[in-house]
Design a protein around this ligand. Structure first.
Ligand code: SF4
Length: 444
């Protein structure tokens, strides 16, 4: 079976490419060319033919990932399937199943059955969790088991996998030599892999046998997401030499994977101050040949726990504005607890809003909905406003809880509603569609 990347290189426009083109308003040939160049990936898996088709990469709407999964403290399958459904209802584009507690094969299969979204995971989680249970020591993980597990997860229908191939002896040496890490190591899979390598004094098998990783991903046309195992988990560690070493290796591996016909994206941080986000995106894009970039916000401050969905949304608006393609949501529970269903809903909403803000900035020709919203607000046309809002149910709920005397206004200003006064003052004078002296259809 050929991958979307190989088919695109052969000149074929596949059904998924056509679906991405239609959803995003591009000519199918444009999508084919970008898939062929490795700038767009389409998570696939032949064992899950009914999953939604989503394109991630250059020119496309920034996508939102919601991560769910049990922990060793809370392993409630019903909760996780409810979270999967909630993420889909709220408009997430992809889902990551990151369980580490309970029967991990069973949980993965149930989550896959509960959603139509493309589902990704991190195979190292299950590998180290099972090694911990079996040997009471995750450092005893047999690398062969890791490859077996990757194949088992792919056979279940996983369509993108975060795999920590970029941690190697070289990147660990950079960490040791720089002599500091204010936030320590924060990637679960990354930390366990570093520990395994140090304990066994061996190279990372996922780096050493990278061609084997690519062959497995290719077999299922699943997207290889090169994990950021030494990412900074504190803004003071952002862009330190260890993180940069891993980024360079991941970009190098992205090129090798593409050469083998494997769909691939690169993962990024983490915690990055706002002024460094543009540089981070530019470096990844430049060094990877514009491979799709998957980031965790990033969080531009370390002190927002309780509201870290907002912290991350601010970072995400910037990262999307500068070119990030897939944003992993952060929930209000981040750094504090396993998210519940309400946290998942809040996290997806905040991240969708951030992605939209970023898209508005990077694609000036996609602001029409904002203009229609502005006109509906100007005209105090409440029904129309609901059509354009991203979260109409929430808006309706708030408005219904405080009903104004004059229903054309709201209880914020009541009799002193500027919108009502302004529009009656100028009647139809300001209802035209001119934009900066130009007609709106020629203004873009
Ligand atoms: S009452 Fe105030 S806040 Fe409400 S619509 Fe009018 S101007 Fe806007």
């Amino acid at each position: 079976m050929k991958t979307q990347l190989e088919l695109a290189r052969d000149g074929s426009i596949t059904t998924p490419m056509q679906q991405v083109a239609e959803a995003e308003g591009f000519a199918p040939e444009t999508i084919r060319a970008l898939v062929a160049a490795g700038e767009i990936v389409i998570p696939m898996n032949p064992n899950r033919p009914a999953q939604k088709v989503t394109g991630i990469g250059t020119g496309l709407r920034a996508k939102v990932n919601a991560s769910i999964g049990t922990s060793s403290d809370i392993a409630d399958l019903a909760l996780e399937t409810a979270k999967a459904r909630a993420a889909e209802e709220e408009g997430a584009d992809t889902l990551m199943e990151l369980s580490t507690g309970g029967d991990l094969d069973h949980i993965r299969r149930e989550v896959l059955a509960a959603t139509a979204l493309p589902v990704g995971n991190v195979p190292l989680y299950q590998a180290f969790a099972e090694a911990s249970r079996k040997y009471h020591d995750p450092n005893k993980l047999d690398p062969e088991y890791l490859f077996e597990l990757i194949e088992r997860q792919l056979a279940d229908g996983i369509s993108f996998m975060a795999i920590h191939c970029g941690i190697n002896r070289f990147s660990i040496e950079r960490l040791r030599k720089q002599g500091y890490r204010y936030g320590g190591l924060v990637s679960k899979g990354g930390t366990f892999m570093v520990s395994w390598m140090e304990h066994n004094q061996r190279e990372n098998p996922l780096y050493e046998q990278f061609d084997r990783v690519c062959a497995l991903m290719k077999k299922y046309d699943s997207v290889l997401s090169l994990g950021n195992g030494i990412r900074a988990g504190a803004i003071h560690d952002s862009h330190d030499r260890a993180q940069m070493a891993e980024m360079i290796i991941n970009c190098e591996l992205a090129e090798i994977a593409r050469g083998m016909g494997c769909q691939v994206m690169v993962e990024g941080p983490g915690h990055v101050p706002l002024d460094e986000i543009e540089g981070n995106i530019m470096l990844e894009k430049r060094m990877s040949g514009n491979a799709p970039y998957y980031v965790l916000g990033p969080l531009p401050a370390d002190t927002g726990a309780g509201y870290d969905h907002i912290t991350a949304a601010i970072g995400a608006a910037h990262s999307v504005r500068y070119g990030a393609d897939l944003i992993c949501y952060i929930t209000p529970a981040e750094h504090l607890a396993l998210p519940n269903e309400a946290d998942v809903r809040e996290g997806v909403r905040a991240t969708r809003l951030a992605a939209r803000i970023g898209d508005i900035a990077r694609y000036p020709n996609r602001r029409e909905r904002e203009k229609e919203m502005a006109k509906a607000r100007r005209d105090t046309d409440w029904e129309k406003q609901l059509e354009y809002l991203m979260f109409p149910e929430q808006a309706k709920k708030i408005r219904a809880s405080r009903v104004p005397e004059n229903t054309r206004t709201c209880t914020m200003c009541g009799d002193f509603c500027a919108m009502e006064r302004g529009i009656s003052l100028f009647k139809d004078d300001i209802r035209g569609d001119k934009c900066g002296g130009q007609r709106e259809d020629s203004a873009v």
